[in-house]
Design a protein around this ligand. Structure first.
Ligand code: FES
Length: 247
């Protein structure tokens, strides 16, 4: 095993600099270190001005996603050993404007996420005195896979459609919409469908499937989008065949 490994890290302050540059850092190589550990070593020992996001260090918060050797990865879950012999190139997630160094502006994602109402929608809330909305293990299993999404946005960085059509609402927002649609306590299916059946919703997806390949939680956003297309098509046929029916 080598004693050190080299990281080429993107540095960029858009307000002062015309172009990003790469800066090389040699860090100690340890078999149990992740890419995030190497970035933390740089920040603690070599250059405290390096900017990047992370929080949980255990693949839960979703904030440490970056391009590592051109692949969107969670840096807290990517061993340095897997990237030997280096150098390892670290860049901000593709598709998001850079605020500084490795930090991207995720405003666009947050706005799209809010459009699909990522919460339980009820036409009428029952009184608190009537207790919880109960759910069976089978009903939980219906949406559990989609509830594993950690909003890491690796799927956006991998999606060629998001790159070409920035208005595309994107894989995670659709998977999270499915998470609530399939929840037995939710009544917001039609409201979400009204948003997602637009051109920049599900129909922009051409089923490349890279979103599901890079998802660190096996959420399978591509599968969620295809299921949604089936539901939207059925909804359209229903509206054509029974225009009098209340929607
Ligand atoms: Fe939280 Fe990596 S630091 S997912």
């Amino acid at each position: 095993m080598p004693e050190t490994i080299t990281l080429e890290v993107q540095r960029y302050r858009p307000e002062d600099e015309a172009e990003p540059v790469f800066e090389r850092f040699d860090v100690p190589f340890r078999a149990d270190w992740m890419v995030l550990d190497a970035l933390n070593y740089i920040k603690d020992n070599l250059d405290g001005t390096l900017s990047y996001r992370w929080a949980c260090r255990m693949g839960v918060c979703g904030s440490c996603g970056m391009m590592v050797n051109g692949q969107p990865l969670l840096t807290c879950a990517t061993y340095l050993e897997r990237l030997l012999p280096g150098p390892i190139r670290v860049e901000p997630l593709k598709g998001f404007p850079v605020i500084r160094d490795l930090v991207g502006d995720i405003t666009d994602f947050l706005e799209k996420l809010s459009r699909v109402k990522p919460w339980i929608v009820r036409e009428e809330e029952k009184p608190l005195a009537e207790g919880e909305y109960l759910q069976t293990p089978e009903q939980l299993a219906d949406y559990e896979q989609y509830s594993m999404c950690i909003n890491c946005m690796l799927c956006y960085a991998a999606c060629p459609i998001y790159e070409l059509e920035p208005d595309f609402i994107g894989p995670a927002a659709i998977a999270i919409a499915q998470r609530y649609n399939l929840d037995s306590r939710d009544e917001g299916v039609q409201e979400r469908l009204d948003v997602l059946s637009q051109h920049d919703g599900i129909w922009a997806c051409t089923f490349v499937g890279e979103c599901s390949v890079v998802c660190p939680k096996n959420v399978d956003p591509a599968g969620a989008i295809q299921r949604y297309k089936v539901a939207a098509t059925a909804d359209w046929f229903k509206s054509v065949l029974t225009p009098w029916a209340n929607r």
